[in-house]
Design a protein around this ligand. Sequence first.
Ligand SMILES: [Mg+2]
Length: 230
Amino acid sequence: MNTGTAWTARFATVVFDVDSTIASIEGIDWLAERRSAEVAAQCIALTSRAMAGEIPFEEVYTHRLELIRPTQVDLDALAEAYLASVAPRAAQLIKGLHAVGTTVLLVSGGLHAAIEPLARLLDVPAQHVHAVRVSANAHGEFVFLDGAQPLATQQGKPRVISQLDLPRPTVMIGDGATDAAARGVVDQFIAYTGAARRESVVAVADAVAEDFVDLVPLLLAIAEPDEEDR
Ligand SMILES: [Mg+2]
């Protein structure tokens, strides 16, 4: 008798958002809080309105960077904060997805430099990590986008995902309006509410997950036993 559960993939590709999904923090807001209470209040208001779909993401992205003026030290501290705030059982689920041959991507509107160590922890290869690259001014403050950065825009996720020619079926998992915007280019959209529940996002989702335990049956199925096990 087969005692171990054998799993099979429901999707060939799983795309995860990072902020308020894989990790419980919002990276840009976290940097703002590190800067000052006043900067934090300004940035949280901008982020919240953008994620709720009230104002275009691209309008607030560089404005927030200019308010925060993050340095390399700040980005390194944010990387540590991401590692400390990984959602319970996220690493186990991603390991399980890799084990059944699922392609796992992180597609984020967050800062690439701060997300890289998190991706390494989760064994997500560098070519499957897509986020926003920024560059520094003469004072070492990362206030500029490093060329065209589609993920700093409202429609960045559908644009990036559609250009990747990913194995199908595909599923996007995230908490925000920029994740829900990917619905047209993936086969399913799952609203993740473990860190933040946004009703406008839940309303358009094919399924809702409160935590990574909820995600297991949505992403994996129990394999039919082989003939010899029957
Ligand atoms: Mg998010």
